[in-house]
Design a protein around this ligand. Structure first.
Ligand code: COA
Length: 191
């Protein structure tokens, strides 16, 4: 199930008009997930200008300032249109350590953490937070898609309570590489 009409309208209005639907900020587990701002260009560049990120995610290989500005602008546009919620992962609302993304149309979630912040449980905690948020918005099933050899990503998904589905993998082509993304699912607890 997707968003209710009210949720979608709120997501659509929020960034554009600032009319009472506050910018999304999700706090818990020692993290604050907050929206990207224009002040994050340098941080986005540092986080995403990494061959491993370019290998795993559909982002530019050379992640310069222009790519970072474009990334932030697209995130803001996707939010206003109610398509995606892309949130910077922070400890205190300031320095971004990575990103979690919720696709507001499909309920799928993606994540990345910058090299300097890895192996501290950042991704697993951020995934837990965004998954609860997605269930709260009405998504019964939240999904993560990962390659079978992306052991770090799979462990993160497992830790957050996701289970591998038997769904046929989605085939993706990006930067000359063709690969299979297998779906993991987290279902809403029912009393
Ligand atoms: C996958 C990724 C988000 C993990 O971020 P992270 O914050 O370091 O992950 P966590 O600290 O929450 O790790 C949780 C557990 O996952 C496993 N794990 C994480 N990184 C690992 C690695 N590089 N190698 C092996 N296991 C790993 C460990 O079991 C870890 O727990 P531990 O540190 O107590 O042993 C990060 O490596 C990344 O951004 N990779 C590139 C982008 C990507 O692949 N995104 C996912 C696309 S599907």
């Amino acid at each position: 199930m997707g968003l209710t009409k009210r949720d979608t309208a709120c997501v659509r209005r929020a960034t554009a008009a600032g009319d009472g639907c506050a910018d999304v900020s999700i706090a818990g587990d020692g993290l604050i997930l907050r929206e990207w701002t224009d002040a994050d260009v340098d941080a986005v560049m540092t986080l995403f200008d990494d061959p491993e990120i370019a290998y795993r995610l559909p982002v530019a290989s050379l992640f310069d300032a222009a790519a970072a500005r474009d990334f932030i602008e697209r995130a803001q546009q996707a939010r206003v249109a109610g398509r995606r919620l892309q949130l910077a992962i922070t400890a205190d609302g300031r320095e971004p350590q990575g990103e979690v993304m919720l696709n507001l149309e499909s309920g799928s979630v993606g994540y990345m953490v910058g090299r300097a912040y890895r192996r501290r449980g950042v991704a697993a905690r951020a995934l837990g937070l965004i998954t609860r948020h997605a269930h709260g918005l009405g998504f019964d099933a939240v999904t993560v898609e990962a390659e079978l050899d992306n052991l770090a990503s799979i462990d993160v998904a497992r830790r957050a309570g996701f289970q591998l589905t038997e769904r046929a993998p989605a085939m993706v082509e990006d930067k000359g590489r063709r690969y299979a993304l297998h779906a993991w699912v987290h279902r809403m607890d029912r009393p």
